[in-house]
Write a protein that binds this ligand. Structure first.
Ligand SMILES: Cc1cc2nc3c(=O)[nH]c(=O)nc-3n(C[C@H](O)[C@H](O)[C@H](O)COP(=O)(O)O)c2cc1C
Ligand code: SF4
Length: 479
C-alpha cells in the first residue's frame, strides 16, 4: 500500500514540471502548485487548472454533508494541536441563533514553521476555495484571514485574490447562484506570537490587546468572535477541505495511516544538507527517511544530535533515544528515534508532538545550553504577560540560561530552572505556558550532563553580574 501511494505521487509529479522538483517520496496535494513551472497566483491561472470546481461541487451539497465528508476524511488540524477538523465544526451549538464566523489562522509564528506563507504567496485561491466551502459547511457568512504582521506581501496577495474571486462570484452574495452569501476579509496581525493562539487572535481581531481567553468557557466554537460561535482553522487545514470534497472523505482517508490521514507539510530547518518544505503522506515516512532521503543527511563531518519535530513548542527528541510504546492489544514494543513514523500519534507517544510541522534539526556542533537559551529568549520575549507564572517564569528561565551560555551558572541553577518550568506548566491561561516550559524540561532531562559541564562549581556563591558575563561571553573563542 505504501509503495503504491508513492507511485501515484510520482505519477502526479511527472505530469507537472517544477522549478524546484519535489522529492519522489513526496505526495503533493496542498503544494501541488508551489514552485510549479508557469504557475502564478492569478485566478486565471487557477481556473485553467480546474480551480473552483470543488466549490461548484460543494454548492450542490447540503452543509451537513460537507461536514460529514470532512469527518470521514479524518482530517486533523495542521495548526498545532492536531484536533479533528470535522469534529470541531460540530461543536457549534445546534440551537445557535447568533452569527457564525470562520477565521483562517495565517499567523504562522511558531519558530521553525514556514508552510502557510508559501500557500498564500503561490496559491491563494486554493485557500479561498477551501474557506468558502468551509464557511458554507459551518454556516458562516463572514470569514476573516488573520495574517501575520510580518507577511505584508501575503496580505496584498490575498486582497487581490479576494477581489478576483468576488468578480467571478466565487464569494460575495449568492455564490454561484446558490443563495449562499459570504464575505472574506483580510486582517493584518499585531506582530506577536500569541496572536496565533486562537483566543488571543480573536481578541486581537476585536481590536484589543491579544490576551488569550480562558477555556472553558471561551471555546471559540461556542463563544468566539464577539461572543458568537467561531471556527478557527489553520491555512493548511482549510486547503485540505477542498481536496476532501474532490476525493470524498473515504478516499482521502486512504492517504496516510489510520487516525493520521491525508498529507501534511513539513518544514525542515537547521543542520541538514537540504532543508526546506516537503509534503508527505502522514505516517508513511520515518524520521530516518525524512532526514537522510529527503533532507540529504547531516553536513560533512557532522552527526545528527537532536530534533524538535513540530515547532519550537514541541519537546526535543534525542537521535539516540529508544521509546517503549504500547500496542493496541496491551503489549509493548521498542522503537528507535530513527524509526518513528511521522504521524501525530506516534510522535506524541514518543513524548513530543507533530505540532505545526516545523522540524528543527541540530547536529553535534550545537551546544544545548545555546539551544535552550535561544528558545527561552523567544518565549520570554513573546509572553503576553497576562498571567504571572508565564510572564515572570519565562523571563527567569531566560535569565538563568543566559548564565549558562556565558559560563556564569552554578550547577544548582539547573534545578532552579527545572523548578520554574514545572511551576509554569498547567498554571496558565493558555498553552503558551506549557510551550515555554516543555523545551526547558525536555532539554534538562535529556542533556543534563552536557548542561552541567557548562556550569561552574564556584559560581553558586557569586551574585550574577551581567556586565562581567557579557564580557566573558565576548572573550570566549568562537565555537
Ligand atoms: C502560543 C500559540 C501559538 C499558536 N500559533 C498558531 C499559528 O501561528 N498558526 C496556527 O494555525 N495555529 C496556531 N496555534 C494553534 C491555534 O490556537 C489553533 O489551535 C489553530 O489555529 C486551530 O487550527 P487547526 O484546528 O486547523 O489546527 C497556536 C497555539 C498557541 C498555544
Ligand atoms: S500563558 Fe503566557 S502567553 Fe498565555 S495568557 Fe498567560 S501570560 Fe499570556
Amino acid at each position: 500500500m505504501a509503495g503504491m501511494a508513492v507511485n501515484i505521487a510520482a505519477e502526479r509529479h511527472r505530469m507537472i514540471t517544477y522549478t524546484k522538483p519535489p522529492h519522489p517520496r513526496e505526495y503533493r496535494l496542498i503544494f501541488k502548485n508551489v514552485d510549479r513551472e508557469g504557475w502564478d497566483a492569478s485566478i486565471d491561472c487557477y481556473l485553467r487548472d480546474g480551480g473552483y470546481a470543488e466549490l461548484k461541487q460543494a454548492m450542490g451539497m447540503q452543509p451537513k454533508e460537507i461536514t460529514e465528508e470532512v469527518k470521514k476524511s479524518g482530517l486533523r488540524g495542521r495548526g498545532g494541536a492536531g484536533f479533528p477538523t470535522g469534529m470541531k465544526w460540530t461543536f457549534i451549538p445546534p440551537n445557535n441563533t447568533k452569527p457564525v464566523y470562520l477565521i483562517c489562522n495565517c499567523d504562522e509564528s511558531e519558530p521553525g514553521t514556514f508552510k502557510d506563507r508559501y500557500i498564500v504567496h503561490q496559491d491563494p485561491h486554493q485557500l479561498l476555495e477551501g474557506m468558502v466551502i468551509s464557511a458554507y459547511a459551518v454556516g458562516a457568512h463572514t470569514a476573516y484571514i488573520y495574517v501575520r504582521e510580518e507577511f505584508p506581501q501575503a496580505a496584498l496577495i490575498l486582497e487581490r485574490a479576494i477581489e478576483e474571486a468576488r468578480a467571478r462570484n466565487f464569494l460575495g452574495s449568492n455564490v454561484l447562484g446558490s443563495g449562499f452569501d459570504v464575505e472574506i476579509y483580510v486582517h493584518r496581525g499585531a506582530g506577536a506570537y500569541i496572536c496565533g493562539e486562537e483566543t488571543g487572535l480573536i481578541e486581537s481581531l476585536e481590536g484589543k490587546r491579544p490576551y488569550p481567553r480562558i477555556k472553558p468557557p471561551y471555546f471559540p466554537a461556542a463563544l468566539g468572535l464577539y461572543m458568537c460561535p467561531t471556527i478557527v482553522n489553520n491555512v493548511e487545514s482549510l486547503c485540505h477541505v477542498k481536496h476532501v470534497i474532490r476525493m470524498g472523505g473515504d478516499e482521502y482517508a486512504k492517504l496516510g495511516v489510520p487516525r493520521n490521514t491525508g498529507t501534511r507539510l513539513l518544514c525542515v530547518s537547521g543542520d541538514v544538507r537540504n532543508p526546506g518544505y516537503f509534503e508527505i503522506e502522514v505516517g508513511k515516512l520515518t524520521m530516518r527517511e525524512l532526514l537522510y532521503d529527503l533532507c540529504g543527511g547531516p553536513k560533512d563531518g557532522r552527526e545528527f544530535k537532536a530534533v524538535i519535530p513540530g515547532g519550537s513548542s514541541a519537546k526535543i527528541l534525542r537521535c539516540d533515544e529508544t521509546y517503549t510504546l504500547k500496542n493496541p492489544d496491551g503489549s509493548s514494543r521498542e522503537l528507535t528515534f530513527w524509526d518513528i513514523p511521522l504521524d501525530f500519534d506516534t510522535i506524541a507517544a514518543c513524548g513530543s508532538m507533530a505540532g505545526s510541522g516545523g522540524v528543527i534539526v541540530m547536529d553535534n556542533s550545537r551546544k544545548m545550553s545555546w539551544v535552550l537559551n535561544n528558545l527561552n529568549a523567544f518565549y520570554a520575549h513573546e509572553s503576553c504577560g497576562q498571567c504571572t507564572p508565564c510572564r515572570e517564569g519565562s523571563t527567569w528561565m531566560k535569565k538563568i540560561s543566559d548564565r549558562l551560555v556565558s559560563g556564569d551558572a552554578a550547577p544548582a541553577d539547573l534545578t532552579t530552572l527545572e523548578s520554574v518550568a514545572y511551576q509554569i506548566d498547567g498554571q496558565t491561561v493558555c498553552a503558551f505556558g506549557e510551550a515555554s516550559s516543555w523545551p526547558v524540561k525536555a532539554i534538562i532531562a535529556k542533556f543534563r550532563d552536557e548542561l552541567l559541564a557548562d556550569t561552574r562549581a564556584d559560581a553558586a556563591a557569586e551574585p550574577h553580574n551581567p556586565e562581567a558575563a557579557a564580557q566573558r561571553r565576548y572573550l570566549q573563542p568562537a565555537r
